[in-house]
Design a protein around this ligand. Structure first.
Ligand code: ZN
Length: 351
């Protein structure tokens, strides 16, 4: 019995490696013995008390949508009367009024995003790295570029556009950024591959043509800013979760951006296990590197808009709302345990 389980574990790891493609980072999650969905969900929800934006990952009634529509897939069946919204129209739900003002969050980190999807600018005037390009060229112009300018910064100093993963809400505005600024566009090899196979999507700009490919452990340097590339397979095969240093009035803190959050890749057992393994691995890295700032590229996940709101009333000597202590590690328990809960559901055929 024991050896059969061992073989099963091996084949799961092998299947995950094959599914993720060559060069993928395959880590082990902490508990290879997959338990009951409910047990994992309870652990996840317990940890989510401090991270409410991630709690719904543990929803055991979640439907596993797959947003990765490939060119080889049959065409989508359109609802009668539905209209494609197109790239030019953008996707500002609720209109322009719903776009929050851009904000300086740390000395060298700036929020330029909407209620639904975030773009972060990292660096100083000697060279910036822009993380993600939002849904469309229109958003890239009116929210990212205009936001950077209104913060008094120069978008022409962006050297790299790092795209966390090959989904349209993160790469959709790359064309405008390329035309206006011409930074190198950076993704992981696996997500360049995914991008090359994605079908056109009515809500997002087209995927970028392949540019710079990075691997786990690489560093991206722009002026005096350096960002560590961590590849965290799960949300997509090559999601990047960058780690970097932010400064609060000169005091440095290590920060991490979880590059892809939702379980929207269909009922894929191996990918769900890879997600859990990535969360576990990044927890170890966060502990080793004393990461104290955890952000997302979706504001409703990390509560960044509420925290930005707290920044304006902050007195000298008050703690920074984005800086956390040891409790930060708990967010990885949410990510890992919820992924294990969903993996167990898929294993059980409980879809
Ligand atoms: Zn995504």
């Amino acid at each position: 019995m024991k050896s059969r389980i061992a073989i099963e574990r091996c084949s799961v790891a092998l299947a995950a490696a094959l599914a993720l493609g060559a060069g993928a980072v395959v880590a082990q999650d902490s508990d290879n013995t997959l338990g009951d969905p409910r047990t994992h969900a309870e652990r996840g929800l317990q940890a989510a008390v401090d991270f409410p934006g991630y709690a719904n990952l543990c929803d055991l009634n979640m439907t596993f949508r797959n947003v990765n529509r490939l060119v080889t897939d049959p065409p989508a069946v359109r609802e009668p009367g539905a209209q494609a919204r197109g790239n030019a129209g953008g996707r500002q739900r609720g209109g322009a009024a719903s776009v929050p003002p851009p904000a300086q969050v740390f000395d060298n980190l700036f929020f330029v995003g909407s209620q639904s999807v975030s773009s972060w600018l990292l660096g100083t005037e000697d060279g910036y790295i822009l993380i993600d390009a939002m849904n469309t060229d229109q958003e890239a112009q009116s929210i990212i570029e205009a936001g950077i300018v209104s913060l008094g910064l120069d978008p022409a100093r962006i050297r790299y556009l790092l795209i966390t993963h090959a989904h349209g809400d993160h790469f959709g505005g790359h064309n405008y950024i390329s035309d206006a600024i011409a930074p190198r566009i950076v993704m992981s090899e696996d997500d360049w591959d995914l991008a090359s196979r994605l079908a056109e999507h009515p809500r997002f700009g087209l995927p970028p043509a392949k540019d710079l490919s990075v691997n786990d452990g690489d560093q991206l340097t722009s002026g005096t800013t350096t960002l560590d590339i961590r590849v965290t397979p799960g949300h997509t095969p090559g999601t990047i979760s960058p780690v970097f240093t932010v400064y609060d009035n000169g005091t440095p803190y290590r920060a991490m951006l979880w590059g892809g959050t939702g379980f929207n890749f269909g009922p894929n057992y191996e990918q769900m296990r890879a997600y859990a393994a990535s969360a576990n691995r990044m927890k170890q890295i966060a502990i080793e590197e004393n990461v104290q700032v955890f952000i997302s590229n979706h504001a409703r996940r990390d509560g960044s808009l509420e925290k930005i709101g707290m920044l304006s009333g902050r007195g000298s000597g008050d703690p920074h709302p984005f800086v956390q202590g040891e409790e930060l590690a708990g967010v990885f328990d949410v990510l890992e345990q919820c992924a294990l809960a969903q993996a167990a559901r898929i294993r059980n055929g409980d879809l």
